[in-house]
Design a protein around this ligand. Sequence first.
Ligand SMILES: [Ca+2]
Ligand SMILES: [Ca+2]
Length: 499
Amino acid sequence: MFALSLVIGLSLVASGSAAPPPGDGQFGIIADATNAYLSLAPTIPVNVAGTNYMDTQTLMALLDDNGDGTIGPGDNPANDPLVIDVRAADAYTGTNTTGMGAGHIPGAIPITTYTYKDIVKPANLLYIRQQLALHANKTIVLACYSGHTDKMAEMALGAVAEAGYFGTPAPTITALKWGNLGWNSAAEPGVLAEVTSGSKDIYVHTYGIETTPHPLPAPGAYPLINNTTSTEPAEITRVADDLSEYASNPPFIFPGTATGQINDTNIGNYTVVDVRSSADYAAGHITGAVNIPYQQLFAKDPGGNYTNLLSIDTSKPVIVYANGQQESNAAVIGLNALGIRNASAPTKGLRYGLAAWNYNYGMMFQTAEEHNYPIVTGSAPGGLTYSATCAGGKPGLSLGAPHVYWASLSDYSAGLLSVDWTIGNTGNGMAYDIDISSSNNNNGVTPATTLPLTVANVMSPGGSATVTLKYNVPAGVTWFHTAMAGTATDVCGSSYSLP
Ligand SMILES: [Ca+2]
Ligand SMILES: [Ca+2]
């Protein structure tokens, strides 16, 4: 809890000031955070080249330090990363009855809403901060079914982290290669079964490939990104990526001839972006596709402009593809977050990548690196406990001089007083989830605004946010004393109170 109080004199009467114009610069903030995250991604020399993965053997070695094949007694928790399972609840608990999940990696936590799409919602981020605080190894490994949807969660969380959400240094954020399928085939037998059985044919085509290069068109205008009035880079990025997780769902479009699918004859209705390397593009690409390698998508040109992003023709629906689907799943999060999409259709990836478009040109459905590492069932993380000390900086909340006014003649007649409060973070650590929970006043004044009232989801040191509270002021009252109480959390996920 924090408590803030001031005396309000009603002699001060003024009109409300307009909010500052939002939106300027939000594009650059989101693009830079996304690019910063992609620039961290190590190269892994397999069919997910250029994307950021931890393979299952590496994770097993971290969890099973003594190499006895089990995870628990005798192993050292100090180097364990925070594993976040982003599958549905029944896959995590092992109660799924249709064969899409038999349990989870020991120690892995579920996010509270059990969907990768909600990874950057405040409630999940609080849980992640609390859990990360317990881990000495500040590495987050996201794990889904088969290593596809976790790439969407990874891009969103990674960009938010690079925008400063967790403070400095940002935690390392990666995804588990092949997800729970690679960890234990019993944990997710569905995905590869559908492509290694007779149903494989419905995913594999021999649609057109060409080697003719297509230059990028002239760059278009910057989309206006105006999702939040916050000036915090972490919050601007968080809101954009949170919206994109839903706008992009599902993140792919199937090749095929059914309604809503793409094929040889209708591909010209789309802007197709090949995000593989220039060498891969030169060797053969989808007819009409332009080429922007994945890790250059969000980069500035030497002149400081986002030429690659703006060169994507959004007058038609945009399709992004690579050899597999991992890169496109990640890319669509960043592209839709930035408004790089057709006005009536979100940007999508190609389901299973080039391999599904033309089997001869992709690297499709090769035997996954499957293991039978231990899994556990039930709703608990699996018996592993962590107890590192979180040593992040602490926020310090302050109350700025209020702006007091009657917002309208009708408010004046009703005795409804408006007060703009500016709440700042004067500490040396990030503040989160800042709410005003109650307002206590004398002279018969009561709060008219419903409390709790959210002040901000994220506030960096030196940052501030303004909220308006309205008060019922009885006739004849010329001054009153007001005290507010509120709550906030810190980078460790602990509740914070002012001294
Ligand atoms: Ca360990
Ligand atoms: Ca062991």
